[in-house]
Design a protein around this ligand. Structure first.
Ligand SMILES: Cc1ncc(COP(=O)(O)O)c(C=O)c1O
Length: 445
């Protein structure tokens, strides 16, 4: 017996106090989707129904659910060292995990700063960028540049550089001194691309326009997702990220890749930076680092950035930033076990090996009702539906609900239905997802 209730079926009046994030609370509470347990590729609901998880939780359970080596590492750590202040103290697992992350990160990266989520990782990276320039004597470099349709979490820094209107418009003036590049999404030129889109590398040149407008001496950093995930899976046009790197380098601007989704194998390599052959100055990560089991995020950076701070009087704090739960022992234990499992089961390679199968399955939906684009790369696929007049996003949300009823968990993002399964998915499970999707798409108005 533990303190945890084994009561699975809650009454309607027990659902009020939990204010759910990014959820239509009233819609959900009228017909809850309550998950009770998980194993491998599957969830079980409170009613005992089995669901195939086509979304790895929320783009995070890369190794599948409730994997023994990770569960055992967390259990062991909870019983050994429950907490350790990360301010002026540390525990060995924090260093071990940082070393393991560096061993799979791009080879220009040497240092890891831990936090607890993607949002915190983004705000941490933005703060490091601004402070880095100040320490170097370029304190006027405070401007940050994001991109339309970017998602960088929900902190004030993240929503300021982010480009999702709904996430920004309710929250006042946001950070001052932020500008945005154009989105790279272009259905006219790139619909039904096989892999990365051909058209759009030139959109990176817009950064030159922003430099001309603001002057490079005022710009601290550019932040982009190598693949924009939450606005519907927008892959980078061929050559676009390379071009951004060239322009940022030319003007002394830091380049941050937000790899909260793409990090830890999602596109078939440890990080998208490596896969696309572009080396940013900082990478933000979260999600896959613990396969979703314990909250953790972080920033990986170059020794130039890290060492710039390692000055000043001995004993002085170099960076006035951090969180009570930075490098939490349970998260570090989970991270170490997760990275070991990725290695033991060659899961990044498996993601790469399954990618063509997923791409072919996604593209087989061409010509189905409402479909206006299909995109796939790595272990991610998106089906873009024509928006319902006057109700953007409604069609994809309805598809998500109907897929759930048919036993498959997916996600809707604007007018896209997104597939991003755990890397242990097999051929039959991909077929099941696509077959359910085909039925669902054809069944909605
Ligand atoms: C690219 C990106 N950055 C940041 C975040 C925010 O992460 P979190 O929800 O852990 O704060 C997300 C979440 O999906 C993301 O996709």
């Amino acid at each position: 017996m533990t303190i945890l209730s084994d009561q699975l079926h809650l009454h309607r009046d027990q659902l009020d106090s939990y204010w759910m994030p990014f959820t239509s609370n009233r819609h959900f509470k009228a017909a809850p989707r309550m998950l009770a347990s998980a194993d491998g590729m599957y969830y079980k609901t409170d009613e005992g129904k089995t669901l195939l998880d086509g979304f790895a939780g929320l783009w995070c359970c890369h190794a599948g659910h409730n994997r023994r080596p990770i569960v055992e590492a967390i259990q062991q750590q909870a019983a050994t060292l429950d907490f350790c202040s990360p301010f002026q103290f540390a525990h060995p697992l924090a260093f071990e995990l940082a070393n393991r992350i560096i061993s799979i990160a791009p080879d220009n990266m040497r240092n890891v700063f831990f936090c607890n989520s993607g949002s915190e990782a983004v705000d941490t990276a933005l703060k490091i960028a601004i402070a880095y320039h100040r320490v170097r004597g370029e304190g006027a470099r405070t401007r940050l540049i994001g991109r339309e349709r970017g998602y960088h979490g929900v902190g004030f820094g993240g929503i300021s550089v982010g480009g999702m209107v709904a996430n920004r418009k309710m929250f006042g003036n946001l950070l001052a001194g932020v500008d945005h590049l154009q989105t790279t999404h272009n259905l006219e030129k790139n619909a039904y691309s096989d892999g990365l889109p051909e058209h759009g590398a030139h959109l990176a040149d817009e950064l030159e326009r922003l430099v001309a407008l603001h002057d490079a001496s005022t710009i601290a950093a550019v932040i982009v997702e190598p693949m924009a995930g939450s606005t519907g899976v927008l892959f980078p046009p061929k050559g676009y990220l390379q071009r951004l790197r060239e322009i940022t380098k030319k003007h002394g601007i830091l380049l941050i890749f937000d790899e909260v989704i793409t990090g830890y194998g999602r596109l078939g390599g440890a990080f998208a930076s490596e896969l696309f052959g572009v080396k940013p100055d900082m990478i933000t990560f979260a999600k896959g680092v613990t396969s979703g089991t314990v909250p953790m995020g972080g920033v990986i950076c170059t020794p130039d950035i890290h060492n710039t701070f390692m000055t000043g009087p001995h004993g002085a704090v170099e960076l006035f930033h951090g969180y009570t739960y930075s490098a939490h022992p349970l998260a570090c234990a989970a991270g170490i076990a997760t990275l070991q499992l990725y290695k033991d089961e060659a899961l990044f390679e498996r993601a790469a090996a399954m990618a063509p199968k997923l791409a072919a399955a996604v593209h087989s939906l061409k010509g189905e009702k409402h479909v206006i684009d299909l995109r796939a790369f790595g272990l991610v696929g998106a089906i873009e539906l024509e928006p319902r007049a006057g109700a953007p996003g409604a069609r994809a949300f309805e598809a998500f609900l109907r897929a759930y009823d048919k036993g498959v968990v997916l996600r809707s993002a604007a007018d896209n239905i997104v597939i991003a399964p755990a890397f242990i998915i097999d051929d039959a499970q991909i077929d099941q997802i696509i077959s359910v999707l085909r039925d669902v798409i054809n069944s909605i108005d």
